[in-house]
Design a protein around this ligand. Structure first.
Ligand code: LMR
Length: 350
């Protein structure tokens, strides 16, 4: 081979190498190949609770449905219990595509999308039966979350709304009236609405990552916290809290999110599979949430560590009157005045 032909051949080979590398890079972090040459994708799904909770079970359901429907073209790796990322870094990990999916509670979005605090409004629900009418993809609150512009700007796409039912108060003091909270300190999720709620009850609050709550309670860094029974029981919080007040005062709603660029990089049929599987996992979540919380309550009762106080309607009203409508009105501008008025009208109509 003459020198010129060899040079030309080397140049062609080098160009081919560059093009191959560029093609691999363009497929994105979640993509790979399989033996048959078809493209495969991996979704890393990180969350902060145990697999036994309503969110944990829904995440596992999502994995099962996606993998089955995609015939193995998508693999979902679920990382529970803050083992990969926790409250402090999971949203950043989502935006940088280090993970592709999360389902944080609404309060965790406060810095990026403060309007999502709509789900943190105290006494948004009287019972779990009221949840589907207020929070669904087609309800005004649901639409405000799906269409939130701040999330879109941050490359975050909402593909589902999950829940964990209603929150109870726990501490080492009997809490029958709002006044009995005076002077106590509570761990909260990082939400201004939640800070104001405890302020109105005369208590102080400290935002803290979920994975740190058990230790903080055990060591007395804070006196109490608020969560549904399933979170209290699965983190063993009841073993270091002598009292629970069944106040059903707030809601833990999860916003199922995916890195939008990743979603759009998937072939169209796989995008559909991801969206439909998210819908199926949402249905599963709603089916199991109430049952899992009842079971967790029973486990706490059997443990005998914690006295559970069920408030009478009048006692519950005393907690409610301190925060509704005052906290709702305080955050109307953040959440959207029309939405807050709409929700208040719905409450008054009940
Ligand atoms: C909390 O931080 O208390 C909850 O949001 C945890 C969770 O994801 O249920």
């Amino acid at each position: 081979m003459g020198r010129q032909r060899r040079r030309a051949l080397l140049a062609v080979l080098a160009l081919a190498g560059v093009l191959t590398l560029a093609a691999c890079g363009a497929r994105g972090a979640g993509a790979g190949g399989n033996a048959a040459g078809g493209e495969t994708f991996t979704i890393k799904f990180s969350h902060v609770v145990t697999p036994a909770t309503p969110k944990g079970q829904a995440a596992d359901k999502f994995k099962e449905v996606v993998e089955q429907r995609s015939g193995g073209r998508i693999t979902v790796e679920v990382y529970p219990n803050s083992e990969l990322y926790g409250d402090k870094d999971e949203l950043q990990a989502l935006q940088s595509n280090s993970v592709q999916m999360l389902a944080p509670a609404s309060a965790k979005f406060t810095t990026i999308a403060p309007a999502l605090q709509v789900l943190d409004l105290p006494f948004l629900f009287d019972s779990v039966d009221d949840i589907p009418a207020v929070v669904s993809p087609d309800s005004p609150a649901g639409r405000a979350i799906y269409e939130n512009e701040a999330l879109a700007t941050n490359n975050i796409k909402v593909i589902g709304l999950w829940d964990n039912g209603l929150k109870q108060l726990s501490s080492n003091t009997e809490m029958r009236t709002p006044d009995s909270l005076a002077g106590l300190s509570f761990r909260i999720q990082p939400s201004d609405v939640l800070r104001s709620q405890f302020e109105k009850w005369g208590a102080s609050s400290t935002p803290m990552a979920f994975s740190e709550v058990y230790n903080a309670l055990q060591q007395g860094v804070v006196n109490g916290q608020e969560n549904p029974y399933s979170n209290i029981e699965s983190q063993n919080m009841h073993t270091v809290q002598s009292h629970i007040t069944e106040s059903n005062h707030g809601y833990i709603g999860y916003v199922l999110v995916i890195n939008n660029q990743f979603l759009e990089s998937l072939p169209a049929d796989l995008q559909t599979i991801v969206r439909e599987s998210a819908g199926e996992a949402s249905t599963h979540n709603r089916e199991v949430a109430a049952k899992l919380n009842e079971e967790a309550k029973a486990t706490i009762q059997q443990a005998g560590t914690t006295q559970i106080l069920e408030l009478t309607p009048e006692e519950r009203k005393a907690f409610r009157d301190r925060v509704v409508p005052s906290v709702w009105q305080q955050y109307a501008d953040v959440i959207g005045p029309d939405l807050v008025n709409d929700l208040l009208a719905q409450q008054n109509a009940q």
